[in-house]
Design a protein around this ligand. Structure first.
Ligand code: APR
Ligand code: ZN
Ligand code: ZN
Length: 367
């Protein structure tokens, strides 16, 4: 079987759309025809070398598709099932899986862009093995993935909606609704009004937040997230965002979510908290990045600084809750999608993200 896919060979180079040879799914795996794939900033970190993975690699970790073939021993999905693909597959038996945090599966991390048996399913024209980002590599017409990555969806939710639930919606909404300290009516600041930040804003609205203060450098993106429930906008390219958030919240917010990924914005999130406030880091900073905090404020004000990965809980469980919110009209996913591209335009899609165009871009690999 052949599949056209967008491959990163070298950092700082455009992705190459090439034809790959694809092996059949092995035991516990399935082949999926990709319906849609989201343009997320995390892939860009890998293109820039500020996030690491083995290369050459098919990028794309936000996606959905239809099961075309199942390998031996697969009973959780069948041919024809429409699935959200999880970018973390849980092994079920490592210490983090067993202690209830499948989104942090250690085996998944160790095997990375290979399948769980440590091998790959893709080969390029030169006979070189090609890895798949997060075991799913969805910037591709088809993908062989672990069956456990697939969350089958009942009903006719559009593929592009399912794709976004695969990363930005779950990461953003989940970071809010699954936070152990969250409570209704809180004041919430969101640093970064992009694809994931939009969904932190929606999560805050679900929690009936008293204030949802969006902070970004880009006014167009701020105006965009107003539609999703931001009550106040702070343009950090014009004003000091820490002073502005403190003023808008009467001295500090209950929660600040970092949804860009930098040491500087992490520090700002801690600074804008009121006593007992919680700063939640959702954005992935460049791996070499460090943060400089005023440490005593954590002590004297009993502030909490914590991370949130993939919605802080079991991705499949969060998918189920989010689909329910979507079907009841409590969150808007379609309205986030502002651009669609064929696979061949994947580099233009990333240029548009980096240029600051608001809303999410989506690739349609079989368009
Ligand atoms: N302060 C506030 N916002 C900022 C700042 C800053 N100093 N610098 C950049 N931003 C904004 C950008 O203008 C953009 O709107 O952060 C936003 C990031 O959004 P996207 O580019 O759409 O990225 P997204 O896909 O949402 O990912 C955000 O989450 O999953 C991680 O790796 C991902 O670190 C990334 C983060
Ligand atoms: Zn993502
Ligand atoms: Zn595990």
């Amino acid at each position: 079987m052949k599949s056209k896919a967008a491959v990163l060979y070298e950092i700082h180079e455009p992705l190459r759309v090439v034809n790959l040879e694809m092996d059949d799914p092995k035991e516990g795996e399935v082949r999926v025809r990709i319906g849609a794939a989201g343009i997320c900033l995390s892939d860009h970190h890998i293109m820039e070398g500020t996030g690491s993975t083995l290369r050459p690699v098919v990028l794309g970790h936000e996606g959905a598709g239809t099961v075309e073939e199942v390998g031996l021993g697969v009973s959780s999905v069948k041919v024809g099932d429409r699935c959200i693909l999880s970018f973390v597959t849980n092994c079920g038996h490592c210490s983090t899986c067993r202690s209830g945090s499948p989104q942090l599966c250690l085996t998944n991390r160790l095997t990375g862009g290979r399948q769980f048996d440590g091998t790959t399913r893709l080969t390029d024209g030169e006979g070189q093995s090609v890895f798949q980002l997060s075991k799913i590599g969805v910037f591709s017409e088809r993908s062989v993935v672990p069956a456990r990555a697939c969350y089958p969806v009942v009903g006719d939710v559009p593929m592009d909606v399912l794709a976004l639930i695969g990363c930005c919606v779950t990461t953003g909404v989940g970071a809010v609704i699954n936070n152990p300290f969250m409570r209704p009516g809180a004041t919430i600041a969101v640093f970064g009004a992009g694809g994931v930040g939009t969904n932190v804003v929606q999560g805050a609205r679900l929690m009936n937040a008293a204030k949802v203060i969006a902070v970004d450098l880009n006014q167009e993106k701020l105006d965009f997230v107003k539609r999703f429930g931001a009550t106040d906008l702070v343009n950090a390219s014009e004003v000091d965002p820490v002073a502005a958030v403190k003023e808008l919240s009467g001295g500090g917010v209950d929660f600040a979510f970092e949804v860009f990924g930098s040491g500087q914005t992490v520090a700002q999130c801690v600074e804008v908290l009121r006593p007992n406030g919680v700063a939640v880091v959702v954005g992935l900073a460049p791996e070499a990045d460090r943060s400089s905090l005023e440490v005593t404020t954590l002590v004297r004000n009993q502030k909490i600084l914590m991370g949130s990965y993939y919605g802080s809980a079991s991705p499949h469980e969060t998918f189920a809750r989010i689909l329910d919110f979507y079907q009841r009209g409590l969150i808007d996913v379609q309205g986030q999608i502002t651009r669609r591209y064929p696979l061949e335009q994947v580099n233009e899609a990333y240029d548009d993200l980096i240029a600051g165009k608001p809303g999410r871009g989506v690739l349609i690999p079989n368009g």
